[in-house]
Design a protein around this ligand. Structure first.
Ligand code: ZN
Length: 269
């Protein structure tokens, strides 16, 4: 007679992902090389799932957290789209899954693509504000795009740097409160991933090249809230502290962008 976990036999959504991980022996080994994090309470666990060899195929059972009793990481069975929706909905467990349990090694690509999107949007909005009748078609103003790209890179650099510095200071001052598997790489993953707000700006270009104030509120609101969830997940900081730190980081980024606009001339020729 098969035990209860045989009900997993109809292959659930995202199972391929789990199987791939199983092949890489990350879920169950006698000597785990990595500690996983319970996505609900943050408690560390050596394993996420357990495999059983029955007849010709292996079966898997997700393990429960010893502290809260819930599944350590239910998201390993979920599709990427569902995880992305949960990230958008600011579900803290989804952030813990992506930033602490998932390898997510290609995060640096997001760190390049999203600033490009942001720079392109700013470039379009900047040209959308011009009213001169004899202006050149802005698609020909390539040089100005490089300037805008540099501007965006500086703003993103200031933001990433401030978040990393505060997490470093916090890890030095509050050693007892920092999680055992804390890493600066996971903090950087979070700031890179949360740059997806630029995609919303990109979509808004379909309707207009003129930026409205409500768009600023929407875009910076998304940036603030998602980065707060990311900061809480990676550093275990409290919500007020995270809101304050991310708010200051966004403020510093805006100051850096303003200083750039004031001191670097627009290449409009
Ligand atoms: Zn737990």
């Amino acid at each position: 007679m098969y035990p209860d976990f045989c009900r997993f036999q109809p292959e659930p959504v995202g199972m391929g992902k789990v199987k791939e991980r199983r092949r890489s022996s990350s879920g169950l080994s006698s000597k785990p090389d990595k500690m996983y994090t319970c996505v609900h309470c943050g408690h560390l666990s050596p394993h996420i799932y357990k495999t059983y060899a029955l007849s010709s195929e292996n079966l898997m059972k997700l393990l429960e957290c010893r502290k809260c009793g819930k599944l350590v990481d239910k998201y390993i069975e979920y599709d990427v789209i569902i995880v992305a929706v949960n990230l958008l909905l600011l579900h803290q467990p989804a952030y813990r899954h992506v930033l602490l349990n998932d390898p997510f090694s290609s995060f640096w690509k997001l760190g390049i693509i999203f600033p490009f999107c942001e720079a392109y949007c700013h470039w379009c909005f900047q040209k959308g504000m011009e009213t001169s009748p004899n202006r050149v078609d802005f698609y020909e103003l390539e040089n100005d795009f490089y300037r805008v790209l540099l501007r965006t890179a500086i703003g993103a650099g200031v933001f990433h740097l401030f978040i990393l510095i505060t997490s470093f200071i916090r890890s030095c001052l509050f050693r007892n409160m920092v999680r055992q598997n804390f890493s600066y790489m996971s903090v950087l993953k979070g700031t890179c991933m949360c740059g997806f707000y630029s995609v919303f700006e990109l979509v808004s270009l379909v309707w207009s090249f003129k930026r409205m104030d409500s768009q600023y509120v929407f875009i910076y609101g998304i940036q603030w809230f998602t980065n707060v969830q990311s900061y809480i997940a990676t550093t275990t900081a409290s919500s007020p502290t995270s809101y304050l730190i991310v708010g200051i980081a966004i403020g510093l980024k805006l100051i850096a962008l303003q200083l750039f606009d004031d001191h670097v001339p627009v290449l409009d020729f």
